[in-house]
Design a protein around this ligand. Sequence first.
Ligand code: GAL
Length: 673
Amino acid sequence: MYYGVSYYPEHKTKAELEHDIRLIKESGINTVRMGEFAWNRFEPNEGEFHFEWLDLVIENLGMDGIKTIICTPTACPPAWLVEKHPDILYMDNRGVRRPFGGRRHYCYNNKSFRKYSALITEKIGEHYGGNPYVAGFQIDNELAQEGTGRCVCPTCSEKFRNWLKNKYKNIENFNRRSGAVFWSQECNDFSQINPPVNTIEVGAQQQIHAFYENPTVRLDFERFSSDSLIEFQNLQTKILKKYTKYPVTTNATGIATNSIDYYKSTKELDCYGFDYYPGLRDTAVDSFPYAFARGIKAGKPFWVMEFMSGGGHRLGGSGRLQPNPGALKQAVIQSFAHGAQMMLHFQFRTFPIGAEQLNYAIVDADGVPRRRYYEMKETAEVLRKIEPIISNSKFVNEVAICLDYDTHWALRIKPVNDSSFYYFDYCRKIYQSLSEVGVNSDVISYDQDFDQYKIMILPTGFVLSLEMREKLKNYVSHGGILLGTFLTSVKNIDNVGYVGSLPSGLSDLFGTTVEEVEPVFENNHNHLKIEEGDCSITTTDEIWSEILSDDSELAGKYLTDYKKDKGVIARNSFGKGMAYYIGTDFCKEDLKTFLLNICKNNGIFIHELSGNDKVEVVRRRYEGKDVYFIFNFNSEETEIHVSGMFIDCLSGKVLKGKHKIDRNGYLIAMKSV
Ligand code: GAL
């Protein structure tokens, strides 16, 4: 297990460096991440490489058992490179090149940029690949972050045309599949196609808000840009792997940015690494990003390359709150409980300089260790004690939620109930609802194995391939329980609407057909009644409303307006399993009741430790026993009720009946058999 900080020795005087290294050593952390913005220190002039400035730091830390994660510095192409090859600069959707002076100002498809990136990566790999004090490599820094994932420069445009040609083979096929007859968009040759940005709306940001663009070409552009970033990343992966046996990864932006399909991008990496900046002041830390991270490589431990460290100033201007005492420690342990193997705070000491001057860190610019530093020190101590349990325990979740980037992108291209419906937030709501009723779940991609799960949840399977339809049918016919929700199987993989009745091609599986759809705004809510097993809920539709056909076996009906007595939730036995179709969204409390009931009826494990909503419980299996990681996110001490007998893994005390957990406290309890 790796725990530590990001650190920037290139900014420091000799005296500062000595001071910081002493503090780092005394803190008990075991990992430092360095180098990601230091291209000009590594290569101040073309072809002139220097590593001595970093070697000394790595060795100094390494002698005391602190490992280094070395980053390739390609997020910051230096002035000499931009001057020589101005065409490497990133071009945004207004056609404006991003000038030198910030970071990430490059086009990932540009040949010259790739050549120089390959060379610096080669040199770093060669120099550090076998260094005993190195623990791994990070490629670049937050690929696509800060709106740099959708370059439209001439190189990208040309490559996009070739990408389309490769996919569609001939122009007739492209015209047909992309619906190009609409608005006379048919082309005679691939050379006539452009990246589909600004064809109607012009926004200054590289977000997808272009509702009138051709949806097929736009989804292809999303895929092409994601593929291009992955290709750029993997040029570096390949080079580093020539020189090292240490793990190679990158720091993704997780579910915050979504310009890259991380299920694809992590295939050639050794693990999924990502950055996470949750608030730590009087708030629960959302564990959905961890479940997502764990699912990227089918349960393999993930690395958190950057994590919150403190409050104060912030790059974006608004500032951040300081963590509650104890919150930093609690959050770090929580991330390891959810499957992290590495967790590095951003960053060790506040920068007095540059765009991020005075940003939060573990230690302030004056270098004086204060409470965050001492809390990090205590955390390192706890982690040492729990390492055997974390490293040797497994997740045994029986419920999974499956996600997909095509659906995410398609819902950004043609939003439904825009601003109220965000696909990843909806998935998060389902995940949290399960967690709050005592069911831990996994978050996986459409490609992963469904059969190991008793219940599979398909939230809004908007873009659904023919293969995925078959996979779902197979899963249910062999005994799986499927919960599909509104707007499922609406579009094919070309982002074109299916003309079969909805859920297209799945009416047999769900035993229902969608008769009518509409968004739910403030003035058209309807009440509905859900009756399923022991649960009877009266609730209100939200976001999107579908009326299901009269021939469905209903588990939910509308109660009001012209929809009265019409179906909204259908239930259908299919082969050995059961499929539910849920034609609307509803509030979290009612969703929890509904999900709990389905889980209970299907023998899903529901943990025996109950507290309240703000107590999170993660269950893992360790040496044949259940081990629970319990986190109190209430803003006061809380009491949990333990049924059965448990041992507190840290104190060794026996736990029975009622037990108190401090504000921002945690408990690691092993079931005693
Ligand atoms: C991250 C970035 C870091 C730093 C940090 C500040 O997105 O990777 O370099 O800028 O944000 O919170």
